[in-house]
Design a protein around this ligand. Structure first.
Ligand SMILES: C[S@@+](CC[C@H](N)C(=O)[O-])C[C@H]1O[C@@H](n2cnc3c(N)ncnc32)[C@H](O)[C@@H]1O
Ligand SMILES: *[C@@H]1O[C@H](CO)[C@@H](O)[C@H](O)[C@H]1NC(C)=O
Ligand SMILES: *[C@@H]1O[C@H](CO)[C@@H](O)[C@H](O)[C@H]1NC(C)=O
Length: 203
C-alpha cells in the first residue's frame, strides 16, 4: 500500500528526476554511501489519519528557492522549514538574515544538514531538529516554509491555525494550503510558491 503511494508520488514528480538523482549522488558522496536510495525513502506520517501517506524527499528546485526568497522579502525574525530535507531552504533563509531552523524526520538528512551548517560560517545560527513535524510546536516562528505533499496540506493548515502566531507568514511550495487565501502567488507549475499571512481575530 505504501509502495503504491510512493509510486504515484514519484510518477507525479517525474519531470524533476534529473535533479533528484543529482541530489542523491551528492548525498551518497558526502555520506559515504549510507544515503543510497534516500530519494526513495518513504516515511509514513505519524498522524493517525495520514498514517499511510508518504512525504518523500524531493529537494526544492532553484526556481522554488527563488520563489521562497521573493515571498520572504522584507520579512525578518525566526523561520522554520517543515521537513527540511538537506537544509537548502534553511540555508537560503540564513543567508537572507533569518534565524532559521529546520525540522526533519529522516536522521541522515538531519546529519547532512548539521555538517553543512558547521562547514559554513554563514549558517552558524541555524538549528536542525530531528523530530516529527506533527508534534513540533510552530508558535515561536514568525515565518514558516512547507514543501509537503498534497494529502497533508489540510491537516497542516489546521495545525497552523491552532499554533501559529498572528501575522506569521507561511510559504507553501508546490502544494497550496486548501482553505487559506494566498496574498501572493509566485512562479508556476511544480515551482509555484504561495504566500499566506496567519490572521487571528480578537474575541
Ligand atoms: C518534499 S521534501 C522537502 C525538503 C526541503 N524542505 C526542500 O525543500 O528541499 C519533504 C521532507 O519532509 C520530511 N518528512 C516527512 N515526514 C516528516 C515528518 N513527519 N516530520 C518531519 N519531517 C518529515 C521528508 O524526510 C523530506 O525530507
Ligand atoms: C520591501 O521594501 C521595499 C523598500 O521599502 C519596497 O520597495 C518593496 O516594495 C517591499 N517589498 C515587498 C514585497 O513588500
Ligand atoms: C493581528 O495582526 C493584525 C495586523 O497586524 C492586527 O490588525 C490584528 O488586530 C491582530 N490580531 C490580534 C488578535 O492581535
Amino acid at each position: 500500500m505504501e509502495l503504491e503511494l510512493l509510486q504515484s508520488t514519484k510518477a507525479e514528480t517525474a519531470p524533476k528526476s534529473t535533479k533528484l538523482s543529482t541530489a542523491g549522488k551528492t548525498l551518497i558522496f558526502t555520506t559515504g554511501g549510507v544515503a543510497v536510495g534516500l530519494s526513495i525513502v518513504c516515511i509514513p506520517f505519524v498522524s493517525p489519519a495520514l498514517r499511510r501517506i508518504c512525504l518523500p524527499y524531493v529537494p526544492a528546485t532553484t526556481e522554488q528557492l527563488a520563489g521562497v526568497t521573493k515571498a520572504l522579502a522584507n520579512r525578518s525574525g525566526r523561520l522554520l522549514d517543515v521537513g527540511s530535507g538537506d537544509g537548502r531552504i534553511v540555508f537560503t533563509a540564513a543567508k537572507l538574515g533569518f534565524k532559521a531552523d529546520g525540522v526533519e524526520l529522516n536522521p541522515w538528512l538531519v546529519y547532512y544538514s548539521r555538517i553543512a551548517a558547521l562547514l559554513n560560517p554563514a549558517y552558524r545560527d541555524t538549528k536542525f531538529y530531528r523530530r516529527n513535524l506533527w508534534t513540533f510546536d510552530l508558535k515561536p516562528y514568525d515565518n514558516i516554509v512547507i514543501f509537503g505533499v498534497e494529502q497533508m496540506m489540510n491537516e497542516f493548515e489546521n495545525k497552523l491555525l491552532q499554533e501559529a502566531k498572528n501575522d506569521t507568514v507561511v510559504v507553501a511550495c508546490r502544494f497550496p494550503l486548501p482553505n487559506m487565501t494566498p496574498i501572493e502567488t509566485i512562479g508556476h507549475g511544480v515551482d509555484t510558491v504561495w504566500k499566506y499571512v496567519v490572521r487571528k481575530n480578537t474575541q
